[in-house]
Design a protein around this ligand. Sequence first.
Ligand SMILES: Cc1ncc(COP(=O)(O)O)c(C=O)c1O
Length: 395
Amino acid sequence: MSNVKESLETSLITASTRGNYEQKTGAVNVPIYASSTFHQESFDSFGPYDYSRSGNPTRDALEKTIAELEGGTRGFAFASGIAAISSALMLLSSGDHLVVTEEVYGGTYRFVTEVLPRFGIDHTFVDFTKAEEVEKAIRPNTRVLYIETPANPRLGITDIEAIVALAKANDCLTFLDNTFMTPLYQRPLDLGVDIVLHSATKFLSGHSDIIAGLAVTKDEELGRKLGFIQNSFGAILGAQDSFSLIQGIKTMGARLSQSTESTKKLANYLNSHPLVKEVLYPGLSTHPGYEIHARQAKSPGAVLSFCLPDRETAKAFVENLQIPVFAVSLGGVESILSYPATMSHAAIPKEEREKRGISDGLLRFSVGLEHVDDLIADFDQALIIASNIKQKVGI
Ligand SMILES: Cc1ncc(COP(=O)(O)O)c(C=O)c1O
């Protein structure tokens, strides 16, 4: 073990092998152990691996990597972000209650509202930007406070330490979806959170080529319980995708840093554009969560949302933009423009969506690695066309 104190940027590269290269060849990359089962040399005592659902060396390297990056003791790799989230929520039992941020990824909303109630697990949605509202929602049977910060899609900011304090005072656990930040920008376990969750489909893998989820715990007993669920429910990440994710993580520092710099420029550009009603980005001092975010995270990240006046303007803008892809997802090397009302948050009924500020003019933009001047020029021409359409129909 090296005695050099590494920065997280360096650990992104070194954590998967940690000096422990594959013995036969010294390969610099973790091998893909494409094996569902493992031969046991001895009749009496088995080796460290028996069956890949319970443990696979490639997945192990990934799980150790994310545990180290988040400052935890156990990492878990799942077949998707939602598999990580739903597996963590399976720690709850019938009769339990959880309080969930009302600004939450649509798939999490669907699992909490349509699956958990069938197992007798109840929920309350609350505006997590107001800790007093969260406190009011806690009941004697509340077991989990579920945080997403910055939240999807309006980038709402939750004061992590305030919610952790409430959880500790009420004997609850805190789960936090850290997808938008990654451990590079925000380390929730250091702030007392119990389980950190990721859609690793996004920035961690970074190339829009795999679907993956991760979870990290610090407390040994909680880690043991989540490991039991991972093996029992079985929504594990395969060895090939574990390998891809390890490789993606290695380049994340460079990717995220360039994308974040571009996002800051784009946010300023949009903020001064007359057609744009509102820019939601925790890097702007006008953002309501600006100060809290600056205290608990290292950077505002590479996702912003903005509001155009209505659906027609949004449609004209999307149809005339040339560089980004128009798609579900975020965190890729290519910029991704999404329309939350019919994409990431389509699982939330319209009335609920509108209550949560997911209007028909809201667009979410994940900034990739294209040159920022090209992105701004592209936005400029598409916004001119959208403005003309708005004037023509006299909205
Ligand atoms: C914040 C957040 N959490 C969780 C998920 C779900 O992850 P996955 O699509 O990998 O299942 C997403 C997907 O968009 C997300 O944006």
